[in-house]
Ligand binder design. Structure first.
Ligand code: ADP
Ligand code: ADP
Length: 229
């Protein structure tokens, strides 16, 4: 895991739209930060800049203390957990989780190593009984966990979540919220989690960062936010 530091981050899109203004944020190694804000406030833009899917116009982005502004997404060692899961429907759960390890070019892990990592991740995520199934036969929550398994085996420096629960019904969302919270405590992964859900914001994170019109309004613990007048 690694820290993520945003120093005076600015984003102006090609059409001149100034989406992010002078954002400063220090995310500690192992910290879970929730990014909230109204639609259009720049949450996705910020997340996409951290992952490397969007150029940073100005400022500096550090991962584990290393400047990565110019690094390609694959050189940032971050794992994005999308709301649509992005699983391969024709592969089993086992192969979906193993997938990133099979792509490693330098120092490719052996089949035994891959097997151990996949089974370790499956155990943490309580997917051991589902390894031979295909994603189409899984519940939304189980699919979400497979997506997280893929991030875990990659031993990414950080997880980035883009509204991962927004497609789920209320019951499953509650269940997944509890699961993510538990996992976070067990794995202590550095995480940035975008949501517009108040409950997720107030229960999941160590700190909540509030974005409005591209400006970071405040960064505080859920307790501090709750207690403020
Ligand atoms: P959020 O995730 O908080 O809903 P976004 O980061 O998606 O916000 O968008 C922030 C602002 O940037 C919005 O006004 C949006 O219209 C604008 N925006 C997003 N992508 C582009 C783009 N490719 N070109 C121009 N403007 C964009
Ligand atoms: P990286 O860590 O380099 O982004 P990924 O495992 O995310 O590697 O993806 C490796 C390749 O597989 C990329 O070309 C990506 O576009 C493709 N890929 C990843 N997930 C899927 C998916 N669910 N369906 C189709 N292609 C995918």
């Amino acid at each position: 895991m690694a820290s993520i530091t945003l120093n005076h981050i600015d984003k102006t899109y090609d059409d001149g739209y100034h989406a992010i203004s002078d954002v400063n944020l220090d995310i500690e190694d192992g910290e879970f930060v929730i990014l909230v804000g109204p639609s259009g406030s720049g949450k996705s833009t910020l997340l996409r800049m951290i992952v490397g899917l969007e150029d940073i116009t100005d400022g500096e982005l550090l991962i584990g203390g290393r400047r990565v502004n110019e690094a390609a997404p694959k050189d940032r060692n971050l794992a994005m957990v999308f709301q649509n899961y992005a699983l391969y429907p024709h592969l089993t759960v086992y192969e979906n989780i193993a997938f990133p390890l099979r792509l490693v070019r330098d120092g490719k892990p052996s089949d035994e190593e891959i097997d151990r990592k996949v089974r370790d991740a499956a155990r943490v995520l309580e997917l051991t009984d589902h390894l031979e199934r295909k994603p189409g036969n899984l519940s939304g929550g189980q699919r979400q966990r497979v997506a997280m398994g893929r991030a875990i085996v990659r031993e990414a420096d950080a997880f980035l979540f883009d509204e991962p629960l927004s497609n789920l019904d209320a019951k499953l969302r509650g269940q997944m919220r509890a699961e993510i919270s538990q996992l976070q405590r067990r794995l202590a992964t550095t995480s940035v989690y975008v949501t517009h859900d108040q409950t997720e914001a107030m229960t999941l994170g160590d700190r909540v960062a509030v974005l409005k019109k591209g400006v970071l309004q405040q960064v505080a613990s859920p307790r501090e936010l709750y207690e403020q007048p």
